[in-house]
Each structure stands twice: as structure tokens, then as C-alpha cells.
Design a protein around this ligand. Structure first.
Ligand SMILES: CC(C)(COP(=O)(O)OP(=O)(O)OC[C@H]1O[C@@H](n2cnc3c(N)ncnc32)[C@H](O)[C@@H]1OP(=O)(O)O)[C@@H](O)C(=O)NCCC(=O)NCCS
Length: 149
């Protein structure tokens, strides 16, 4: 990924989550190529780095799980359904692969994101005392419901 795109991602994380990601941390997320990764792009300004308005990154985890590593939509594009669309796409793809659980980490003070996940069947399963530099975090986990045949 070009430098200016990596910087754009770091800027998005910082602005929307308050988390500071170093370039090396971003590289170490080790995101595989699969359909669980989605970018929200403004076609008018693509391929400028600023055309990136959001992303959902996830990875297959253990045998039948999925872990969301990063999920962010730039503020002016939030509440337009983009996050839901990306989430639904990920769940549908995970279902098609027979995945059964989905989990992620979220800051304890990020109640909006927690609401979003709770409405989609996830629950807090663990407190994370040292995960975030800025304070307490939670691990949330939920079942990926299987489509009925
Ligand atoms: C969490 C996040 C990724 C969700 O993305 P989003 O694009 O805002 O999500 P949506 O617009 O699909 O849904 C958000 C809510 O807005 C509502 N909404 C959806 N479309 C809408 C529309 N056209 N107009 C108004 N509201 C709408 C939905 O009802 C949804 O509420 P719900 O959870 O009850 O379904 C985004 O808010 C974000 O980036 N937050 C900051 C970063 C963050 O906290 N990331 C998660 C870290 S773990």
C-alpha cells in the first residue's frame, strides 16, 4: 500500500477512535486477502488517499472464527448505512465459509460502537485492562448465525 494511503488510514483511526497507530503497527496487522476486507471509497477523488472514507478489516481466526481488526467510517459519512452494509457483507461471506463466531476489541468508552455490535448479536465477554493505551477495553463476541437451507 502506498505511503500516503497508510498515512490516511492512521489519520482516520486517530480522528475517529482516538487511537494512535504507528506505521509499523499497521503493517503488523497482517490482514489477509479475503472478502472480509472492505474499503469505502469516494469515486470522485480516487485514487487520492483522501478518497478513502472508511474501512472494515477482518481476518479468519482459529478454525471457525472471524476477528475484526479495524472498523472505521469518517465522521461525515457515518450513520448513512455504510457500516451496516460492510458488516452484513462480512457476515454473509463468513457464513458461506462456515464460520461460527465473530469477535473484536472495542474501547470501554466507545458506547456507540458497542451499541452497533450489541444490536448485531455481540456481547462483552472480557475486560481488557492493558489492550488500549488510553484505558479499559472490552472484547465482544457473537455467533454468526447460519442461513437456514
Ligand atoms: C461504528 C461505525 C464503523 C459504524 O459505521 P456507520 O457507517 O456509522 O454505521 P451505519 O450508518 O450503518 O449504522 C449506524 C447507525 O446509524 C443508523 N443509520 C443507518 N443508516 C442511516 C441513515 N441513512 N440515516 C441515519 N441513520 C442511519 C443505523 O440505524 C445504525 O443504527 P443501528 O446500529 O441501530 O442499526 C462508525 O460509527 C465509526 O466509524 N465510528 C467511529 C470509529 C469506531 O468506533 N469504530 C469501531 C471501533 S471497535
Amino acid at each position: 500500500m502506498p505511503d500516503d494511503w497508510r498515512q490516511r488510514i492512521i489519520e482516520l483511526f486517530l480522528r475517529e477512535t482516538g487511537e494512535v497507530y504507528a506505521d509499523v503497527s499497521l503493517a503488523s496487522l497482517n490482514i489477509p486477502k479475503w472478502e472480509g476486507n472492505l474499503l469505502l471509497i469516494d469515486n470522485e477523488t480516487y485514487p487520492e488517499a483522501e478518497s478513502l472514507k472508511g474501512l472494515l478489516w477482518s481476518l479468519p481466526f482459529l478454525e471457525d472464527g472471524v476477528r475484526v481488526a479495524a472498523f472505521v467510517v469518517e465522521q461525515q459519512y457515518q450513520s448513512h448505512g455504510h457500516g451496516s452494509d460492510a458488516w452484513d457483507h462480512l457476515i454473509e461471506h463468513a457464513q458461506s465459509l462456515g464460520k461460527k463466531t465473530i469477535q473484536l476489541e472495542v474501547k470501554a468508552d466507545n458506547t456507540r460502537a458497542q451499541d452497533f455490535y450489541q444490536k448485531r448479536g455481540l456481547a462483552i465477554v472480557e475486560k481488557l485492562e492493558h489492550y488500549y493505551q488510553s484505558g479499559l477495553g472490552y472484547m465482544m463476541r457473537g455467533d454468526i448465525e447460519q442461513h437456514l437451507a
